[in-house]
Structures are given as C-alpha cells and as structure tokens.
Design a protein around this ligand. Structure first.
Ligand SMILES: Cc1cc2nc3c(=O)[nH]c(=O)nc-3n(C[C@H](O)[C@H](O)[C@H](O)COP(=O)(O)OP(=O)(O)OC[C@H]3O[C@@H](n4cnc5c(N)ncnc54)[C@H](O)[C@@H]3O)c2cc1C
Length: 636
C-alpha cells in the first residue's frame, strides 16, 4: 500500500487537533484584554465633543424630558460615564493581574475513549481504503475482543483473546507506521529487539513501533489502549530489568527516533528528546557553550533517567536532573498530548519528577540550561583496592564537610575487587584539587584515569566511555540508601568484597560486581524542594544512595548472581539499621526488579501520585497494560 499519512492534524477528531491554538492562560488573557478595551471605549466616547455638545431641540415637550436634557445633567452623565469607564477598566486590570499571578492549573483535554469501531478507526487518520479494511477486520473480531471501550482489567486479558488483540494491534500498527514498525523475521526487528543494554532484556515483542513525533506516539497509544494490548516503552534501554523497556509478546514502543535538540534563543532552555544518549546531549550543548544536568555515563538514555530522578555530577548545587526540567511534553496513555510545567498541569509536572513511566510517555524534556557549568574542573584517580577503607573515611569527611562548604564539589566512587576509582568534579574552574576534597588528597593512588583537567561536561562524560565494555552481557543493578557513616561503609565494603570474589569464582570468572557510594547532600535535597518539589519526598539530610552493577554471561547463573547482589543490599540494611543510619529510601533508577522503590516514597506522595494517575489516565491503561516497570499498581 501507499505511504500512510501519520500526521493526523487534518482530522478534526485527531489528538493533534484537540490541542488548542493557545495555551489556557493566553486564551484567558485575550478574553480579559477584550473586556479591558470595552470600558476604555466607553471612557473615550464620553470624552468626545459629541457627548458634551448641547442637547438637540426636544421633539416633544414633556417637563421631565426637558429636565433630563439640561446642561447640568449632561455634564453629570459625562462624569458617570467616565467613572464607569475608569472603574470598569481598573476592575478588569485587577482581575487580569490576579489570573496572571495565581498558580495556574489547566484542565487536561477530554479523555480519548472511542466506544465504537468507526470512532476508533476515525482517530487513526487512515486513507479510506485502509480504514475500511481495518474496520472490517475489527468487526469480524469485535465479539471475541469485547471492543466496548470499557476500562481494561488484567483479568480480561485472557491468553487467547490477548494474542488475537495483539496480532490485530500489530497489523494496524504495521499499516499505519509502514517502515517505522516491524515484526519478527525482519532485520530491523532483530536489531531493535536486542538494543537493550542488558541481555536480560532481549525479549520477543510481537511488534516494535518507532514513532518520531508526539502525534505518532498518540496514535500508537490509541491502538494499544483500544485493543487492550500489553506494551512497553523504551528510551535509552539502560534498565536491566526485564519487561520494563521491552516486552515478551506485546508492543514495544521504541523512542529511539526522538533525537531532537535545541536551545532557546535566549539560551536558557534546552529541549531534548527522550531517545537521546547523554553523551550526545552534552556534545550538542557544549558546542553552544552550555550544558544540562543528566547522566554521568555516556550511553545511558535521557527518558528513563529523567523520569526516575537523575543523579548527575552537579546534584550538590542543582539537585536531581528532574528538578531541572522546566516542561515535560507527554502523551497520556489514551493518546492526548499535554504539556506539564509549573503553570500547566502542575500536578502532573510534580508527579513526573521521579514518578517513572506511570503517567504517560514523555516525548520532550525542556530543561534549564546551566551556562555556569560550561567549564568545569575534574580529575579521576585510580587507587589500589587496599586504599579503599581510607577512601571511605575520606568520603564520610567530605560528606560532612567538603560538600557542605562548597556546593560546586562532588565525587564519584566505584570499587571493583582490584581497584577503586574516585572522580573529583568541580562545577567551576580550579588549578589543582579544590580544597573541598582535602580529605582525599593524602591517599596514595596508582595513577590517573583522567588527569586534572579544566574542560567541559561533555569531555568528562565522553572520557568515561572506555570504562565500560561494549560487548553485550547480562546485567543487574541494585539500590539501597543509608545515612553517612564510615564505619558502616567499611563494614559493608568488607562483606561486599567476600561476596564479589565468591560469585566471581562460582561463575568461572564471569560475574563482576561493583560497589558505588553515591552521595546525595542536604543541599541537593533542598534544591528540589525550593524548586517546586518532586515525587520522591526525600528527607532533608545528607545521605548516600549505594548502587552496584553486576555483569555476567550465562543465563544459567542468573539466580546465583542476583542472590549475591541481594545479599549485599540486605547487609547494608542490616548494618545501617543496627548502627542507627538506616534510610528506607530506594533510588528508582538503580533498583532491581524485585525491589519496589516507589513503595519507599512517603505515603502522602503515593496518594497524590495515584490521584494524578487517575486524573490523566482514567482508564488506568499505564497500570494495567504496561508490561512492567516501577508502577504505582505494585505499591501495596
Ligand atoms: C552503566 C549505567 C550508568 C548509569 N548512570 C546513571 C547516572 O549517572 N545517574 C542516574 O540517575 N542513573 C544512572 N543509571 C540508571 C539509569 O538512570 C536507569 O537505568 C534509566 O532507566 C536509564 O534510562 P533509559 O532511558 O536508558 O531507560 P529505559 O531502559 O529505556 O527505561 C527505563 C524505564 O523508564 C521508562 N521510560 C523510558 N523512557 C520513557 C518515556 N519517554 N516516557 C515514559 N516512560 C519512559 C521505561 O518504560 C522503563 O520502565 C545508570 C545505569 C547504568 C546501567
């Protein structure tokens, strides 16, 4: 068949046409401007000579009429009209100002819930032959699929029905998206189904669709939600949790074509697509003399990292990367295209900052550009593993003193069983190791992974590429948080090392575990609150978010390797609680599939996220149809 017009803006029922020409606030302003002009017009009229001219000769001579037309009353009429004009104008100015200054909450557009097959087909903007073909096939299966538009429920997705629905959804997707969709058997399917960073996520989706605009994502979600089929969303594909960013038997919505980037003309807002890798983002903005807060490793994706929170090199000064988002463009699970920011859909804006993929598919992030981080100082030192206890003492010292004294300073710490890497990063220029890092300065090191450099965010991140093997492997990560205490760090480090050596031996040298302390300072927490807050609900105190990466080769070792990782996070909980440094919080972006990070958010935040979820996803499509993820429906 011929090329299919995916841009449905010509269709009056299409999701694109449902977005209004002006944002709500502008429409209100225009309305009040009109009403501001009306009294001014009255005022002007009252001032014209016409209005104060002598009254015309009376056409009849009733005494009251003669009285009403005396020059005194004419002047009074002029004053009354003037007062009315000025008063009306002032009231309207005050009302317009109140509207402009009040916290604004735009109502989301109407939910899209086609109840009939023609309604659904209409939303797809297919050419008439294809539309007839799709409608006929859906009519054939209507009874079997219960195409009533009723909310989906997991119970309804019985295997046979689900298979038929997914087959139909993929057939329609293929018709609609042509070369931007694929199914098993094609070369693009083989490439795209194995794009995920971890082999644990190389699954077998029924079909893969790669939209490249918000309206295309909208169409994909309308198909998925109408037919009640399982789906998953993948941006960078760096989660190692199976089913989170790929799917067995469902529809994979691959966001890798969302690669656009731009800087606003005044240089303050950086717009980035979710399908980008961080190294490409930094490269682009580096060429424009600025940067944004984001991931520290080159290949990690934009979408998942920003929705889970986002640890960067500059958290101490600017909080989480999600706290640096000014606006999210999002497609709701039923296909509406919305913007969420401090003025529009502000409840959704808050929830998207740390709420993961619970509310819809984000198609663009507008972030604050950080020009002050265009030039930074950094150095990465390599230490022998025997120095690690001394480094952990210095870490505690830095968390209590260095990062408090200077919010430009931060470090990264990652230990293997042989060596420990510490990166010292300073969000400004320096001639040598800044004094904030003095606790580390006397610890002997083997050499430099990166020499002391005044450079750019892009250079630093690009230089870290060589620390990661390009050969695909199986991976997992796990997260646990604690307070700040070197004795605890050293106790768990010793335990971790025995586990890491043992699992490496048990897997014939295949499994390697790392040990990373990630500091999250009080000022990082407070920045989030001062910037409108986020869904995480962190306690305002210095803390560390431990994470570990585990890499291995054979699926047969999955259980043993993951058990070794779990033993380490369990140890953190045991030791931190025993020493009084326990912190129940689990960082979403580093949490393994058996962990439930959202369950560690404050109960009030979860309740608010549920309210937001029901408001923007009344059919609860994201909860019931998404293959897996850090979902609200999994929070007890
Ligand atoms: C080597 C390595 C280094 C890392 N470094 C950092 C770091 O420096 N800082 C940090 O905070 N984290 C880091 N992480 C963790 C990382 O943030 C998460 O793995 C994150 O999920 C990766 O983002 P992604 O776009 O690649 O996600 P994906 O794997 O594509 O998706 C992860 C989850 O987010 C959902 N999702 C993705 N895109 C969207 C979207 N557009 N709309 C709605 N939902 C979406 C997916 O459905 C999925 O559930 C690192 C991970 C690894 C493996």
């Amino acid at each position: 068949m011929g090329a299919v017009n995916i841009n449905s803006s010509k269709n009056p029922r299409s999701p694109v046409s449902r977005t209004r020409p002006f944002p709500q606030f502008h429409r209100i302003s225009i309305y009040y401007l009109a009403f501001l002009l009306l009294p001014l017009l009255i005022l002007l009229l009252s001032l014209t000579k016409e209005n104060i001219r002598s009254p015309p000769p009376p056409s009849f001579s009733h005494p009251l009429f003669s009285y009403l037309q005396t020059p005194e009353l004419e002047i009074m009429r002029f004053h009354v009209l003037s007062l009315l004009g000025v008063g009306g104008a002032l009231i309207n100015v005050a009302y317009s100002a109140a509207i402009a200054l009040a916290p604004r909450q735009t109502n989301s557009p109407e939910p899209i819930a086609p109840t009939t097959i023609p309604d659904f087909v209409d939303l797809l903007s297919l050419d008439s032959t294809t539309a007839t073909e799709v409608a006929a096939k859906l009519n054939d299966s209507a009874a079997a699929l219960n195409l009533t538009g009723a909310p989906p429920s997991k119970a309804k997705l019985r295997k046979r029905t689900a298979d038929l629905a997914t087959e139909l959804a993929c057939w329609i997707i293929q018709l609609k998206f042509a070369g931007d969709a694929c199914q098993d058997g094609s070369t693009s399917y083989t490439t795209l189904s194995t794009l995920n960073w971890s082999k644990t996520c190389w699954l077998q989706p029924k079909c893969i669709v790669s939209p490249s605009s918000a309206s295309q994502v909208s169409v994909a979600m309308i198909i998925v939600s109408y037919l009640n089929v399982k789906y998953s969303v993948r941006s960078g594909g760096h989660t190692p949790n199976p089913g989170y960013a790929n799917s067995n038997g469902g529809v994979l919505i691959d966001m890798s074509k969302f690669q656009s980037m731009s800087l606003s003309t005044d240089g303050t807002v950086a717009s980035i697509g979710p399908g980008l890798k961080w190294v490409d983002v930094y490269n682009y903005f580096n060429q424009r003399g600025t940067t944004v807060l984001g991931g520290r490793i080159p290949d990690v994706g934009v979408g998942g990292l920003l929705l889970g929170g986002g640890l960067s090199f500059f958290a101490n000064k600017y909080g989480l990367a999600c706290d640096n988002v000014k606006n999210f463009e999002m497609v709701t699970p039923d296909g509406r295209i919305l913007n969420a920011n401090a003025g529009q859909n502000s409840d959704l804006f808050w929830a998207l900052k740390g709420g993961s993929g619970n509310f819809g598919i984000v198609t663009r992030f507008d972030m604050y550009a950080r020009n002050d981080l265009a030039q930074i100082w950094y150095e990465v030192r390599v230490y022998d593993a025997s120095q690690t206890p001394a480094i952990l003492d210095a870490v505690e010292n830095f968390q209590k003193n260095g990062e408090v004294a200077d919010t430009k300073a931060s470090f990264v710490f990652s230990a293997t069983t042989d060596v420990t890497l510490v990166g010292y990063i300073y969000g400004g220029t320096a001639s040598s190791l800044p004094s904030a890092f003095s606790a580390f300065s006397s610890i002997p090191f083997l050499g430099n992974f990166a020499l002391p450099t005044v450079g750019t965010h892009y250079q630093l991140v690009a230089s870290l590429a060589s620390a990661f093997s390009p050969i695909p492997a199986r991976h997992d990560y796990r997260a646990v948080s604690t307070g700040v205490n070197a004795t605890m760090y050293k106790t768990v480090y010793a335990f971790w090392k025995t586990q890491a050596l043992a699992i490496n031996a048990a897997t014939g040298g295949s499994a390697n575990m790392s040990f990373s302390i990630q500091s999250f300072s009080k000022s990082a927490v407070d920045y989030g609150y001062s910037n409108g807050g986020n869904a995480l609900g962190l306690v305002s105190q210095a803390q560390q978010w431990f994470t570990m990466l585990i890499d291995w080769d054979n699926a047969a070792d999955d259980t043993a390797v993951r058990a070794a990782g779990k033993a380490v996070t369990d140890k953190w909980s045991e030791v931190s609680n025993a020493l009084g440094f326990g912190n129940p919080y689990i960082y979403t972006n580093d949490a393994s599939r058996d962990q439930n990070p959202l369950a560690t958010y404050p109960a009030a935040n979860i309740a608010q996220m549920r309210t937001v979820s029901h408001k923007y996803d009344p059919r609860q499509i994201a909860q019931n149809l998404q293959s897996d993820g850090y979902l609200l429906s999994k929070v007890p």
